[in-house]
Design a protein around this ligand. Structure first.
Ligand code: F6R
Length: 253
């Protein structure tokens, strides 16, 4: 399940070509999408590839993992805005099939239940893209989140707010809470590609490798998934034991 690539660019090639292949064989694919710095080169390469290979993305359905509570879809730091900027505006999607939780929903709990229901109605996620937080979160499922949680409202940890402050320049404050798909929706995905790049992820990747499955490190749950790939660049893999790093070879793009 573990694959090491030289750098984020070769990961972007691999993930974007995997996505294109899957969409070609099933244009109505249901994708689970992530935001964050890790995904930016991947979406950029995907956009290029879709254009070059004239792939039809109009029948795709997507569900984003999460959104900050209190940010409207038009707020420049919302995940809706991120998705428009990095992916949605560049290709001919059917916008009615693209879902991002609404951080301004008047009843957030009801909205979370409804979001989870929609994922089920679409048959669940077929291919889920994930990044990982420096504390091991996936989506915004912070350490300690029960593995049986569904889409819910979460209070973000100080660590996550600090990590994400790099996206909020000036005095803008990182929101204190978010809506996230739960561990259940993520683990029900038929296939998962988790990507971690850069030295800032090396420590949590090493911890993931060392530890048994535990709610204290949400990302460890992927060890229970039959079709999850953990895709690392060399920097993110740098604290893995030497023999592990040597024995792993990149899957061909
Ligand atoms: C974002 C998300 C988060 C990020 C994680 C890593 O939608 O679900 O779990 O994937 O915080 O973020 P970056 O890629 O910015 O390091």
């Amino acid at each position: 399940m573990l694959h090491i690539f030289p750098d984020p660019s070769s990961i972007a090639d691999y993930v974007s070509s995997t996505l294109v292949e899957k969409i070609r064989s099933k244009p109505e694919l249901v994708l689970g999408l992530a935001t964050g710095g890790t995904m930016e080169p991947i979406y950029a390469r995907f956009v290029e590839r879709v254009r070059r290979q004239k792939v039809d993305v109009s029948r795709l359905t997507s569900f984003n993992l999460d959104e900050y509570v209190g940010l409207s879809p038009d707020h420049p730091k919302s995940y809706s805005a991120y998705m428009r900027e990095h992916l949605f505006q560049h290709l001919h999607f059917d916008r009615s099939r693209l879902h991002v939780p609404d951080g301004l929903a008047p009843d957030l709990e009801a909205h979370s239940r409804e979001y989870s229901r929609k994922v089920q109605q679409c048959g669940g996620i077929e291919l889920q893209l994930l990044g990982v937080g420096g504390n091991g979160h996936i989506g915004f499922n912070e350490p300690g989140t029960p593995f049986d949680s569904r889409c819910h409202v979460v209070r973000l940890s100080e660590r996550t707010r600090l990590d994400n402050s790099r996206f909020f320049e000036g005095n803008a404050i990182v929101p204190a809470s978010a809506i996230t798909m739960g561990m259940v929706e993520i683990m029900q995905a038929r296939e998962i590609l988790l990507v971690a790049t850069g030295e800032s992820k090396a420590q949590i990747v090493a911890e993931w490798y060392r530890r048994e499955v535990t709610e204290a490190v949400p990302f460890t749950v992927l060890k229970r998934h039959a079709r999850a790939k953990v895709i690392l660049d060399e920097a993110a893999a740098s604290q893995l034991p030497d023999q592990v790093r040597r024995s792993l070879t990149a899957v061909p793009a």
